[in-house]
Design a protein around this ligand. Structure first.
Ligand SMILES: Cc1ncc(COP(=O)(O)O)c(C=O)c1O
Length: 309
């Protein structure tokens, strides 16, 4: 763990603590992000760090160090952990001080990071576990207002309750539908849909749609998928890809549905609210994307070698 309170990297788990008077602990005034460690490389650290800083700015948290220092701390913490596969999670907080609602009495912002080896974190599930596709439900937990959904704050109560609701109803994933009846996101993943051809010669289908990022968290994986989409077009798997507002009624007629997030990165959805999605099997776009994203993680350009000593 790294803690700016201590001013260094901590290797003894019993010392990996956060002050209880940190505003992030008692008021939820903190933001976080996560980057994957794969095969000794940090994957997509920069986009995740950019999102952390964007979240911090919206939450009016001023980082204690410049971006380059935060980045260096994360790389050094990953190296000190010796972890080759897992993730690094990091937080910016308005810091310790008093227990008041505003951070006026805080001594200064804090930065924390912790490395979590693969298997130690309860991610929504492993790649192997979900390669056959999952059952999803529409969550009845009220979703966050778009302003808050766009900030990756430590306020994940709605997200936790939505994930617990899926577990309680025998599903593996939860999906929010917004107040206008459009598909939003899952509690830790974005959604992607492949449209089906309309009967009677209507729309041809084959479009990859990602619910627009103006109401949900701008996922690094979903953005990567949109960037990789031309390859799917070239391979004849889709006609095109774009961000869109997708009414849930239309989404229920789609050929494929999947959830996208750094931890997996693709979780195909084969059943939604008890009805099969498409033909009820994992589709070819989900399979192709899963492979493409895994290749990116293994040999793509957005990787930083961790300088283990
Ligand atoms: C609410 C929410 N939506 C979407 C995502 C997916 O984002 P990413 O692809 O950057 O992991 C996450 C994960 O951080 C999330 O917490």
């Amino acid at each position: 763990m790294y803690s700016s309170v201590v001013g260094g990297i901590i290797l003894d788990p019993s010392m990996m603590v956060i002050p209880i008077d940190d505003h992030m602990v008692h008021r939820g005034h903190g933001v976080f992000d996560t980057a994957t460690i794969s095969d000794g490389y940090l994957y997509e650290l920069d986009p995740h760090l950019d999102r952390l800083l964007a979240s911090a700015s919206k939450a009016k948290i001023h980082p204690p160090f410049p971006r380059e220092t935060l980045r260096d701390v994360l790389i050094q913490t990953a190296a000190a952990s010796r972890c080759k596969d897992g993730s690094i999670k990091y937080w910016l907080s308005s810091g310790p001080g008093d227990f008041h609602l505003t951070p006026k009495g805080c001594t200064g912002p804090t930065f924390y990071a912790v490395v979590i080896p693969a298997g130690a974190a309860a991610t929504p599930g492993s790649h192997c576990q979900h390669i056959g596709g999952v059952r999803a439900i529409t969550s009845t937990v009220p979703m966050k207002h778009p302003f808050f959904a766009g900030i990756k704050s430590v306020g994940y109560l709605a997200n936790a309750l939505a994930a617990m609701e899926a577990e309680a109803r025998g599903a593996q994933a939860s999906v929010w539908v917004d107040a206008d009846g459009c598909v939003a996101e899952g509690p830790t993943m974005n959604v992607a849909l492949v449209t089906a051809a309309e009967e009677g010669g209507g729309l041809p289908g084959g479009e990859l749609l990602v619910p627009a990022f103006d109401r949900v968290l701008g996922g690094c994986t979903a953005k990567k998928v949109l960037a990789l989409a031309p390859r799917l077009v070239e391979a004849g798997l889709v006609r095109g890809a774009r961000e869109a507002r997708v009414p849930a009624d239309e989404a229920r007629r789609c050929a494929e549905m999947m959830l996208l997030g750094s931890s997996l990165p693709v979780m195909p959805v084969v059943e939604w609210d008890g009805k099969p999605v498409g033909d009820g099997r994992v589709g070819k776009v989900a399979l192709a994307l899963s492979e493409m994203l895994r290749d990116e993680m293994k040999s793509g350009s957005d990787r930083i070698p961790v300088p283990y000593s």
